[in-house]
Design a protein around this ligand. Structure first.
Ligand SMILES: [Zn+2]
Length: 284
C-alpha cells in the first residue's frame, strides 16, 4: 500500500496555526509548560532517590518510577516532532533528561519514528519497504500484540541505523548525543552502580517496553490506504489530557509537524472522514 495524495479541498480546510498568545519566549508553545515541569520534577525526584536512598528503597521505587515514566514517553514523542524550546542547546539538555527516563536516546525517535514510521506506516509487509513499526509478518498476516512488541524491541536499533544511513545529518546528531548520554550513564554506574541500574536503567527499559506495547493499537489491523483510514484514535478526554492528545492519531499522522496542543482543532475538522470504528471512546 502506498500513501495517496490528499485532496486539495482537505488541505485548504486543514490550515491550522497557533495564535500569537499561545507562543512562548523560552518555549515554542506555552502548552509545553506543564509537560516540561513534569519531566523536570520527575527527573529531580529520580536524582534525589539515586543520591540519597539505600539500594532497597531504590528497588522499591522501580515500579513507581516506571509508572511516572509512562507519562514522559508521549511527551518525548511530541518533543521529537516539535522541539519544546526555542534554543537548540536547551532542547539537547531536555533530550538527555527524556532519554534517561524513557529509554529512547536523542534523535533515535527522529530517525525510527519521524523519518521511518511516519513515512512508511501505510506500507506493511510483504511490502518491500515496510513500516519501521510494522505489525504484519512476512506473509502479510497480523502479528499479536506481544509478538509485535518483541519484534519491535529487537529490531528498532537496526532500523535506526538503516534509516540513519539515509539521513546522515540526523544520524550524526544521534551519534554525537551518544557521548553525553553514555557519559552520564557511565558516571552514574561508576559512582552508584546498583542505584543507577534501579533508578534509571531498569525503569527506562520497562517504560520503553510499555511505549512499544502501547503503540500496537495505533495502527495494527488498520489496513488503510491513506492518512484518514490507517490509524486508530482514542477520543477520550482523560486519555488525551494525560498523553498530550496522543489519541488523536489520525490528525497526528495527517500533520506530524503540528504541535500536540493544536491536534484537537485538526481532529474536529477531519472527524467525519475517519471510519467510525477507528475512533474509540474508552480510556483503555
Ligand atoms: Zn509521531
Amino acid at each position: 500500500m502506498e500513501a495517496t495524495p490528499e485532496s486539495g479541498n482537505f488541505e485548504a480546510n486543514a490550515h491550522i496555526t497557533a495564535a500569537p498568545d499561545r507562543r512562548g519566549t523560552l518555549l515554542k508553545y506555552k502548552a509545553d509548560r506543564g509537560p516540561v515541569a513534569y519531566v523536570v520534577a520527575v527527573f529531580l525526584l529520580r536524582l534525589t532517590i539515586w543520591a540519597l536512598m539505600t539500594p532497597l528503597i531504590c528497588a522499591i521505587s522501580v515500579i513507581p518510577l516506571t509508572v511516572l515514566g509512562l507519562f514522559i514517553a508521549p511527551i518525548n514523542h511530541h518533543h521529537q516532532h516539535v522541539n519544546s524550546f526555542r534554543a537548540g542547546w536547551l532542547n539537547r539538555i531536555y533530550d538527555l533528561m527524556l532519554a534517561l527516563q524513557c529509554g529512547v536516546g536523542p534523535f533515535s525517535w527522529v530517525l525510527h519514528h519521524n523519518l521511518g514510521h511516519h513515512v512508511n506506516y501505510l506500507n506493511q509487509r510483504p511490502h518491500e519497504s515496510p513500516d519501521e513499526s510494522r505489525w504484519t509478518r512476512r506473509d502479510g498476516s497480523q502479528m499479536g500484540r506481544l509478538e509485535y512488541s518483541i519484534d519491535l524491541l529487537l529490531h528498532h536499533q537496526i532500523d535506526i541505523v538503516r534509516v540513519g544511513l539515509r539521513h546522515p545529518r540526523h544520524f550524526r546528531s544521534l551519534l554525537l548525543m551518544k557521548l553525553p548520554l553514555w557519559g552520564l550513564i557511565g558516571v552514574g554506574l561508576w559512582l552508584r552502580p546498583l542505584e543507577t541500574v534501579l533508578v534509571f536503567l531498569v525503569p527506562a527499559f520497562l517504560t520503553l517496553f510499555h511505549t512499544i506495547w502501547a503503540t500496537y493499537e495505533h495502527h495494527a489491523g488498520c489496513r488503510g490506504s491513506n492518512h484518514l483510514d490507517a490509524s486508530r484514535n482514542r477520543d477520550n478526554r482523560l486519555f488525551n489530557a494525560l498523553t498530550g492528545n496522543l489519541g488523536l492519531h489520525t490528525a497526528h499522522h495527517k500533520r506530524p509537524g503540528l504541535q500536540w496542543s493544536l491536534l484537537p482543532e485538526l481532529h474536529e475538522k477531519i472527524r467525519n472522514q475517519i471510519p467510525k470504528e477507528q475512533i474509540l471512546k474508552s480510556f483503555w
